[in-house]
Design a protein around this ligand. Structure first.
Ligand code: MRU
Length: 354
């Protein structure tokens, strides 16, 4: 499994996913500004991965601050937090990472600024390590939904490249493979920037999982022919009522699944659940540059100069289309997400099985 992001001797090494699969190259980021640029330009992408990058970016930003007192150090960090928070609005993992680091700093405020700077590096490494364990647990809870002989549709890339490792939507596939099940995957190419074609297909081929690439508009036809048994996708933000934001086109897949009686699963680490927002209508949706639509892979223009473009990076799938949300604590009905936020939630009772 290729490493998405790594802290190496005071530098964040970021796999440049915008070049994959043509080039496997790493971009060294020595400042938090460079990390923010990497998040914005999709060198690193996928909700959990950009949460990890945020934590590492904060650790870099902290090193650029000369303040001696905790209060001045925190004032300096505000700019770092704001810069990272402004990079991509939809994935809640950026805010999740900022909030987690703020809490960590507050709990350790007596430690002294010099040591805190080192501890931020350790905390970012913990976030990365926990993410890999979380993904593995999602895989273990999710594998029950994949049966021998199934064909699984996925959209965008919620694989190991989108996380610390192992992936979220791909984790049930990896665990199913370990369990000896035979199944195959269909990857939507995922216009406009082709995460499905460039990343998911590449990643699954490296894992030796049979994968077939389709254009986004082929999914409905294959469902109608009975060639897809279930869909599993990732999420950038799942909210209290179980609505789910994910890569543009996910909503279309979910509606098609409903029409054809196909289960539609969302793999969501708790770090991607925003327990502060009641419905998906309130999720901020990122709109990205027109060039992603008018050009393919940056260089090749495919649309007339001057054409008007809408480039929504994400859409919201209402909870009613979601069969289950697979987390590291089990699979749950979307309607039960609100219950999970309650301190007395009976997780065992809420869990659903295949
Ligand atoms: O624009 P991207 O490539 O960051 O979009 C990624 C997705 O939509 C993923 O499905 C989502 O972040 C979940 S990744 C585990």
């Amino acid at each position: 499994m290729v490493k998405t992001i790594e802290w190496v001797n005071g530098t964040v090494m970021m796999l440049d996913q915008s070049r994959l699969p043509l080039e496997v190259s790493y971009i060294p980021c020595a400042t938090y500004g460079k990390v923010a640029e990497g998040i914005q330009k999709l060198w690193i992408r996928g909700a959990p991965a950009i949460g990890i990058a945020t934590a590492m970016g904060i650790a870099l930003g902290a090193r650029e601050i000369t303040a001696g007192s905790y209060e001045d150090f925190m004032k300096g960090l505000d700019k770092v937090f704001d810069t990272l928070l402004a990079t991509r609005p939809t994935a809640v993992n950026i805010k999740w990472a900022v909030d987690r680091v703020k809490g960590f700093l507050d709990r350790n405020r007596e430690t002294g600024v010099a040591r805190l700077k080192e501890m931020l590096v350790e905390e970012s490494q913990r976030i990365l390590d926990e993410d890999i364990r979380t993904n593995r647990a999602i895989g273990e809870w999710g594998a029950q939904f994949i049966k021998d002989g199934d064909t699984v549709l996925t959209h965008c890339n919620a694989g190991s490249l989108a996380t610390g490792g192992y992936g979220t939507a791909t984790a049930p596939m990896l665990v199913s493979r370990e369990q000896g099940k035979k199944f195959s995957v269909i990857a939507d190419e995922t216009r406009p920037v082709l995460q499905g074609a460039r990343l998911t297909a590449w990643e699954l081929m490296q894992e030796g999982i049979p994968v077939t690439l389709i254009t986004d508009n082929t999914a409905g036809a294959l469902m109608r022919r009975g060639e897809i048994n279930l869909a599993i996708v990732g999420t950038d933000r799942t909210v209290l009522n179980g609505d789910v934001a994910n890569k543009i086109g996910t909503y279309t897949v979910a509606v098609l699944c409903r029409e054809h009686g196909i289960p539609f699963y969302v793999a969501a680490p708790f770090s991607s659940i925003d327990f502060t927002i009641p419905t998906g209508d309130l999720i901020p949706i990122e709109e990205r540059p027109a060039e992603e639509v008018t050009n393919v892979f940056g260089a090749c223009r495919i649309a007339p100069e001057g054409v008007k473009v809408r480039n929504l990076a994400f859409d919201v799938t209402p909870a009613r289309y979601v069969t289950a949300i697979i987390t590291e604590k089990g699979a749950f009905r979307p309607d039960d997400i609100r219950r999970l936020s309650e301190p007395d939630a009976d997780i065992d009772a809420l869990r659903i099985r295949a």
